[in-house]
Design a protein around this ligand. Structure first.
Ligand code: GLP
Length: 261
């Protein structure tokens, strides 16, 4: 795992954008794994800014897969993760909506939705680069603490903490769905590069547990320790509880330029 301590959310966003653009330049038909939530927003805003400035690669051949989706919101609801990613990233990059896949939470399709999503991921050749945030309780996508490290896409029940955390996007916590469809930890670990982006002191404990704590289903983020190519980009506040932060900084500062993330 490569941990990169940076100063600000903007620096985290710029470095994440560099990695995504480098992939798309090298592989114009790359499969991107996209996360919603506030953590990836600086990266998404930077990608959109570069696209508008005319310096970005073309995203016309790219495909995208979302990590997770709420169950129980009507299709087209602005807080579905599908609508959120259209609004925050993919529409602005001109990625056609039919090239953005997300788990299908429609009531009729729900029983087989997880397996169908796994099939679609495999048919696309798997995810090349998966953007990730982390929840305050260490959750990855919507894999709450206790999720199997080998889990695949399935329905899950949110903790009350996660529903409260996400209530800011709704009128009240009662409106936050109780159920979700989420890629499993085993699904996420199949992506070829994991790119976690985290900002803010509220995530410092979760980051420390994921990066330096024991590998455990009690901290789903610790699953990154099993991955051969995981990058964790942190602002100063998010890195503030790491015991080895000086070492990570030294490693980053002395890294050869050609190596990239
Ligand atoms: C949400 C999402 C996750 C995200 C996490 C943190 O519930 N399902 O994919 O990483 O929780 O969200 P935020 O970045 O808004 O703090």
């Amino acid at each position: 795992m490569e941990v990169v301590p940076l100063s600000s959310p903007e620096e985290v966003g710029a470095l994440a954008a560099d990695a995504i653009e480098a992939l798309v330049r090298a592989h114009p038909e790359a499969v991107l794994g996209l996360a919603t939530g506030s953590s990836p927003l600086p990266a998404y805003q930077e990608l959109v800014r570069r696209h508008r400035a005319g310096t970005a690669p073309s995203y016309a051949g790219v495909r995208a897969f979302l990590l997770d989706e709420y169950v129980g919101l009507p299709a087209g609801h602005p807080q579905t993760y599908r609508e959120t990613i259209f609004r925050e990233l993919t529409d602005a990059l001109n990625i056609p909506r039919d090239r953005v896949a997300s788990p299908d939470p429609s009531p009729d399709g729900l029983p087989g939705a997880g397996e169908r999503y796994e099939d679609a991921l495999r048919a696309a050749g798997g995810v090349d680069l998966q953007v990730l945030g982390i929840g305050a309780d260490g959750h990855l996508a919507f894999n709450e603490p206790g999720s199997s490290l080998a889990s695949t896409t399935r329905i899950k029940t949110l903790t009350s903490q996660t529903r409260e955390d996400n209530a800011r996007f709704f009128d009240s916590v009662e409106e936050v769905p109780r159920h979700v469809l989420t890629q499993g930890l085993g699904t996420i670990l199949r992506a070829r590069h994991l790119l976690m982006v985290v900002s803010g002191a509220g995530k410092a404990e979760a980051v420390a547990a994921a990066v330096e704590g024991p590998l455990s289903a009690s901290c789903p983020g610790s699953a990154l320790q099993l991955h051969p190519h995981a990058s964790v980009l942190l602002d100063a506040a998010a890195a503030s509880r790491l015991a080895r932060v000086d070492y990570y900084r030294e490693v980053w500062e002395s890294k050869p330029d050609w190596q990239g993330l």
